[in-house]
Ligand binder design. Structure first.
Ligand code: NAP
Length: 314
């Protein structure tokens, strides 16, 4: 059986991809924060043509503890994972913090997926190659720089689109750093700009832009159309080695210069490992970790992997 995990799968592009994959005979694990919305999405996957063994895992990606609990729940199922689709994102109007004290977009869009990928990697590796980590980025990553001095918008004014761009840049930087670590394992890391679709997130993004009406017309593209693009990648249909690639609507593309900066990729990896508590999983270390922002302990450090055997150990 082939299993694909999709975060933020109860609406928009995530749900479109899940429905497409269910139609192709895949088993889906939907990671959603709201049980009612998650169950409603799950129900739409079952049809006479697709009687897959689909599951819902409830997790709030704004909490690293919740991400760890979700990973543990998935690991218990013992399934080999053909693809992990890191899709969920949010775009709050005002600066908001995650449970662990990080700026919410960075926490949900990047840190949660960084941690989830790490924790589920052994299950991805156990699937027949190629299995894939597909991280939804955006063309909006261009024009952003990752601000390592103030990643959480504490010292500069929060602007939601700027925070979104930074988090989407983080998606590409992460994919490239991950690709370097997993070459030859049978797992591929891919960053995807899916195109522009009329979803809740797009409305949050364009709300308030002068001329937004024209942009909205341009973007009157239903999320269902993104389903096959994500599903083709998740299904491993393309035989080419896509490890480390940035794809624009499924086509190889060159990401912005800031995303190609290897130093920034490695710096973000180190920062993210410390922020999510993965440093504490190195051999010989136990217990909590430190938050690179201010050395305050991050809640819920540590986790249940074997660091010695883990190719992603930092
Ligand atoms: N739409 C576009 O034009 C476009 C363009 C480029 C890139 N993208 C990327 O495509 C991906 C999907 O976007 P979309 O447009 O489909 O967005 P969407 O329709 O707004 O869906 C976002 C999903 O993320 C979930 N989510 C948000 N915060 C969460 C949290 N704390 N924990 C768990 N789940 C959470 C939402 O759940 P709730 O329903 O519970 O809020 C929802 O299921 C994003 O990564 C986005 O950056 C989209």
């Amino acid at each position: 059986m082939k299993t694909v995990i999709i975060t933020g799968a109860n609406r928009g592009i995530g749900l479109a991809a899940a429905r497409n994959l269910a139609g192709r005979g895949y088993d889906l694990i939907l990671v959603c924060r709201n049980p009612t919305r998650g169950r409603a999405a799950l129900e739409t996957l079952h049809s006479p043509q697709s009687a897959g063994n689909h599951r819902l895992v409830v997790a709030d990606l704004a909490s690293l503890d919740s991400v760890r609990a979700a990973a543990a729940q998935i690991a218990e199922t013992n399934v080999a994972i053909s693809a992990l689709v890191n899709n969920a994102a949010c775009l709050p109007r005002r600066r908001t913090e995650s449970r662990d004290g990080f700026e919410l977009q960075l926490a949900v869009t990047h840190l949660a997926h960084f941690l989830l990928t790490h924790l589920l990697f052994p299950r991805l590796r156990s699937a027949p190659p190629p299995s894939r980590v597909i991280t939804l980025s955006s063309a909006a990553h261009a024009g952003a720089a990752f601000n390592f001095r103030d990643p959480n918008f504490e010292r500069r004014r929060y602007r939601r689109r700027r925070a979104y761009q930074q988090s989407k840049l983080a998606n590409v930087l992460f994919t490239r750093a991950l690709a370097r670590r997993i070459g030859g394992t049978g797992v591929q890391a891919v960053a995807l700009h899916p195109g522009v679709y009329d979803t809740g997130l797009l409305h949050d993004y364009i709300g308030g832009i002068p001329g937004g009406g024209a942009f909205r017309r341009l973007a009157a593209n239903r999320a269902e159309r993104a389903g096959p693009i994500v599903a083709e990648l998740a299904a491993g249909k393309r035989g080419d080695d896509l490890n480390g690639q940035y794809l624009d609507r499924g086509v190889r593309a060159i990401p912005a210069k800031a995303a190609r900066d290897q130093r920034a990729q490695e710096r973000l990896w180190e920062w993210s490992a410390a922020a999510t508590g993965l440093k504490s999983e190195e051999p010989g270390e136990t217990g909590g970790s430190t938050n690179p922002r201010d050395e305050r302990p991050v809640r819920g450090g540590g986790g249940g992997t074997d660091p010695g055997a883990h190719p992603l150990a930092t």
